[in-house]
Design a protein around this ligand. Structure first.
Ligand SMILES: [Zn+2]
Length: 260
């Protein structure tokens, strides 16, 4: 793998119109095979599922492109819509276990989201799914990719009590103090291309050895190439060159996801 690949530790290729064979979600045919092949030749892409349907789509994409790997999981926003019965006996879990030839590198995105989960019932479903996913990650020997919104402490409490030691805080929006705690538990921090005062503190707290960069494309960055904006921000806040920041982000991504 050439050193110059630009890494994106978390994106959703299945939601990007150019990757959608059936056309964009707005119904316009936007599939662009040359664009997809071009992107996958110059980037290391970790595409993430968040529902059973998107797990299927992303596992197919990971088989199609050389530098595309996938995470499979059920996000808290989806988990809260599942019935207790389908949480415990869902076909989604069998699919992840079988992986069907996917280049599966982590269980994710999973976690807790109290911005979307307001009621006790929703929070209980999110937690039940999260626990199930942590169990799956330990059974399968895979790290976890954590989605946490307005629930950083609750996520870290759960990871700690379950003994999860290898996890990535995707699109981390917590405080520098919470970043420190996550790293102390064995986690790494993923930086999206959005600037904020707290994120600057988080980057300084984590240091280059505990950071990766991501876009969450198409939801935060429009395309995975926007990872270069995260790299510029990390380089600026740590006072290091962009080439050094890019190299470290790539190495950290490969190491975390065990990509040789
Ligand atoms: Zn995401």
């Amino acid at each position: 793998m050439p050193q110059s690949l630009l890494p994106d530790a978390h994106c959703h290729l299945d939601s990007i119109p150019q990757f959608q064979k059936g056309g964009g979600k707005d119904g316009k045919a936007a599939y662009d095979a040359a664009f997809c092949a071009g992107l996958a030749s110059k980037m290391l892409l970790i595409t993430s599922g968040y529902s059973h349907e998107s797990n299927i789509a992303n596992s197919v994409l990971s088989q199609q492109y050389k530098n595309v790997y996938c995470c499979l999981g059920i996000s808290p926003q989806h988990a809260q819509q599942y019935s207790h019965e389908s949480l415990l006996h869902g076909k989604w879990e069998d699919f992840i276990k079988k992986r069907k030839g996917a280049k599966l590198v982590a269980i994710g995105e999973v976690g807790l989201d109290y911005k979307w989960g307001k009621t006790e019932e929703e929070k209980t479903r999110q937690k039940a799914c999260f626990l199930r996913m942590i169990g799956l990650s330990s059974k399968m020997g895979l790290p976890l990719v954590i989605h946490s919104r307005d629930a950083e402490s609750a996520c870290l409490d759960t990871l700690q009590s379950e003994g999860a030691k290898k996890f990535m805080m995707h699109c981390f929006g917590g405080s520098a103090e919470e970043a420190k705690r996550a790293i102390g538990l064995g986690g790494i921090i993923s930086i999206p291309p959005i600037r904020s005062k707290e994120r600057k503190k988080v980057i300084k707290e984590a240091g280059i050895e505990n950071l990766v960069v991501e876009t969450d494309a198409p939801y935060i960055g429009k395309l995975p190439t926007d990872a270069s904006k995260s790299i510029s921000m990390v380089a600026e806040h740590l006072g290091i060159g962009e080439a050094r920041a890019a190299e470290a982000a790539l190495e950290n991504t490969k190491k975390f996801f065990s990509i040789g």
